[in-house]
Design a protein around this ligand. Structure first.
Ligand code: ADP
Length: 377
């Protein structure tokens, strides 16, 4: 397997603005790295530069120690899996799997061993005689993965490989690809716009927006310690709540205030906000960090009470999302389903100020990011 090194890589199509602005990152050997971000942010372009399907405008890309900017795609020892499986419709599964090896002029016996071994890993041995049209979507995707695996490449590139599958199958294939990654000990770069795929599959996640890397970190750090407001709002469903307001100090205590609310900052966060007194900031709180029932938590030191009227409710069966508005800004609370909670009802909310996030108003940079990262180490 292999590592990848992006050294300040940039990509421009024609005379347009840079599509990938400054991608600087090492993908470690055996790592499962997920690129995630909204459509058009430059994920596929980044992946295609690794494959050699797009030129690199500026910067260097290394596979292991080798500079590959000008290396032909077929000489990069990379396999790519796309969302549209790209199987040959007139060939059996066996022939689809064998095709690349045959082109590479591998001996027949060796091809046979490799195809069968791959089919076994993916549990598609019983399908080897079928043609793609006689396969389900999930089975086709497995064959597409098989075509990548059979070549034993240095790096696997996967571009939204699950987006054509129905949601149940997608969940199942997520686990299968994760298991496959462990079993093969492979280096994988995986592109998706789906935050759940990113969070559940990646060793590390790269969050991109408009060609700029916003944060690179483990799913846990991304969720609990987002580097900026963009990342905080992108990961998590329903999204983090944001309220713009001001930091004030009164008799030695620090508060976050708007016209109608005044939230005391918990001790843990006081130091971070000292430099922001009398400044405008954005306060962030995830929907699950506001409780309707104080029994949900063991400690209540950092809980701040707030009473509000429920404007609407979405009930998923196990959970309900309660929608409020605070100073004209929307606020979502995530709660266990409870038939006693009804629209228009006034309800006491407990905001867990220890879980609060704070962002600089203009730049969106997290105010406590650096400290939390140091704490995590
Ligand atoms: P993502 O994979 O994140 O959806 P892409 O990397 O496919 O994004 O595209 C990023 C941007 O680059 C988009 O604005 C897209 O229109 C543009 N783009 C992609 N491919 C080309 C191309 N071959 N020529 C010109 N522009 C392109």
């Amino acid at each position: 397997m292999a590592s990848l090194m992006f050294d300040h890589v940039k990509k421009r199509y024609g005379n347009s603005e840079l599509t990938v602005k400054d991608f600087h990152l090492e993908v470690k050997d055996k790592e499962f790295l997920v690129l995630v971000g909204p459509s058009g942010c430059g994920k596929s372009t980044t992946l295609r530069m690794i494959a050699g399907l797009e030129d690199i405008t500026e910067g260097s890309l290394y596979i292991d120690e080798t500079l590959v900017n000008d290396v032909n795609p077929k000489d990069r020892d990379i396999a790519m899996v796309f969302q549209n499986y790209a199987l040959y419709p007139h060939m059996t599964v066996y022939k689809n799997l064998a095709f690349g090896l045959k082109l590479a002029k591998e001996p027949k016996e060796k091809i046979d061993v490799m195809v069968k071994e791959t089919a076994k890993i993916l549990e598609i041995e019983h399908l080897l005689g079928r043609k793609p049209k006689a396969l389900s979507g999930g089975q086709r995707q497995r064959v597409a993965l098989g075509r990548a695996i059979v070549r034993n490449p240095k790096v696997f590139l996967m571009d939204e490989p699950l987006s054509n599958l129905d949601s149940k199958l997608r969940v199942q294939m997520r686990t299968e690809i994760t298991k496959l990654h462990k079993r093969l000990g492979a280096t994988i770069v995986y592109v998706t716009h789906d935050q759940t795929e990113a969070m559940t599959m990646g060793d590390r996640i790269v969050i991109m927006n408009e060609g700029v890397v916003q944060q690179v970190a483990s799913p846990d750090v991304i969720y609990n310690n987002p580097a900026n407001k963009y990342v905080a709002g992108f990961i998590g469903s329903p999204s983090m709540n944001f309220i713009n307001g001001r930091v004030i100090e009164k008799q030695g205590n620090i508060y976050f205030t708007t016209d109608n609310i005044k939230l005391p900052i918990s001790k843990d966060n006081t130091n971070d906000l000292k430099n922001y007194i009398n400044q405008e900031i954005t306060f962030g709180i995830r929907p699950e960090d506001i409780y309707t029932d104080i029994k949900q938590v063991d400690t209540n030191e950092s809980l701040v009470k707030y009473t509000a009227k429920i404007e609407s409710i979405e009930n998923t069966g196990s959970e309900m999302f309660l929608y409020f508005s605070v100073d004209g800004e929307p606020l979502t609370v995530r709660n266990k389903s409870n038939p006693n909670i009804k629209v228009e009802q006034k309800i006491t909310l407990y905001v867990d100020m220890n879980k609060a996030h704070f962002f600089e108003k203009e730049s969106g940079t997290s105010i406590k990011y650096d400290r939390l990262l140091t704490d995590n180490e």
